[in-house]
Design a protein around this ligand. Sequence first.
Ligand code: HEC
Length: 132
Amino acid sequence: MNIKNMKRDSFSHSIYKMRKIFFVVAASTVVAVIASIASCSGSIPEPTPSQSVWASDKWPGTTYETLVHGRELYIAKCSGCHSLHAPSEYSERRWSAIVDTMKFKAKLNDSEAVLITKYLASAAQNNLSSSR
Ligand code: HEC
């Protein structure tokens, strides 16, 4: 083996090492991203049929789809500054006061604020353990 070949060998070896490091970094990034997406909406439950019955009683014209839309908006608009609070953390009344304050921070229009309030309030509505 002459000197020229040896040089090339150690060069391709370090490329190989770099690729390996790159692969490990890329793979762990993917895992971290998936984990954070999963944890983001993991505590944010889908509306239930009984919640939509309760909501349509309270706000005539509200359907199951209204609550689904409200949940999507909640996840999209309210996760920018802090992690999402589970609906069960606050009472129905507290949620509507909270959305009234947070709507300015989240730059919601009125109909978005109503949809988010409907989702959160109906998801918290039978949450008797929450005193806040
Ligand atoms: C621009 C940043 C920002 C956005 C967007 C935002 N928040 Fe907040 N939120 C804050 C800050 C800052 C606090 C803590 C200080 C405070 O209570 O004002 C907070 C606190 C809270 C709390 C805790 C309140 C308490 O009394 O314990 C809740 C619940 C909450 N936000 C819900 C929401 C909801 C719902 C949305 C979407 C409509 C939202 N946030 C969007 C900045 C934001």
